[in-house]
Design a binder for this molecule. Sequence first.
Ligand SMILES: *[C@@H]1O[C@H](CO)[C@@H](O)[C@H](O)[C@H]1NC(C)=O
Ligand SMILES: *[C@@H]1O[C@H](CO)[C@@H](O)[C@H](O)[C@H]1NC(C)=O
Ligand SMILES: *[C@@H]1O[C@H](CO)[C@@H](O)[C@H](O)[C@H]1NC(C)=O
Length: 171
Amino acid sequence: MSRAYNFVSLLLFACLALATEPVVKVLNGSYSGQHLPQFAQDLFLGMPYAQDTGGQNRFRIPQALNETWEGSRPAKQYSDACPDHEPDDDALYGMSENCLSLNVVRPAGTALNDRLPIMLWIGLPTYNLTYIVQRSVEVGRPIIGASINYRKGGWGNMYSIEIQVGGSISE
Ligand SMILES: *[C@@H]1O[C@H](CO)[C@@H](O)[C@H](O)[C@H]1NC(C)=O
Ligand SMILES: *[C@@H]1O[C@H](CO)[C@@H](O)[C@H](O)[C@H]1NC(C)=O
Ligand SMILES: *[C@@H]1O[C@H](CO)[C@@H](O)[C@H](O)[C@H]1NC(C)=O
């Protein structure tokens, strides 16, 4: 009887543990992601990898993050797309200069010492990494999928010698 009870509570505990949102620690804080039970995956979306590129950072090379925070920040939604002439991006996720962000899709419960290979995708958000990560698990060669945003056009490429010496950017 008590053994059965123990088993049930263990099972309950396992289910609860699976249902809770995944949290990861980075250098200066934590992010809470989203668990996708139907794919047995954890998503961490829209985590900045550099500062906002607006204001005094416009046209500059990416400026390193320099913040520390308590508790966990939500990483459950894609960030805005970088400024672009393509209206599609805008319709999907919004568009702003605060766009240098990273998305991570991992098989649920991946531990630090699993040392899974990481596939980095730079491109259209239409390619949903969930399916390639799912396939990698099915074939027994699990990977972590990651994707990033980057600045295009003038926003990404105008940090020229002329701009630097012309006084357009305050140092
Ligand atoms: C982490 O915090 C330290 C001190 O608060 C800061 O110097 C450093 O730039 C921060 N690093 C990141 C990646 O935010
Ligand atoms: C981080 O750097 C920016 C300039 O790039 C500065 O305005 C801001 O005060 C810095 N924040 C911290 C916590 O040092
Ligand atoms: C991929 O698409 C599925 C189905 O719409 C969705 O549940 C999942 O959140 C998407 N994954 C990512 C990484 O955006």
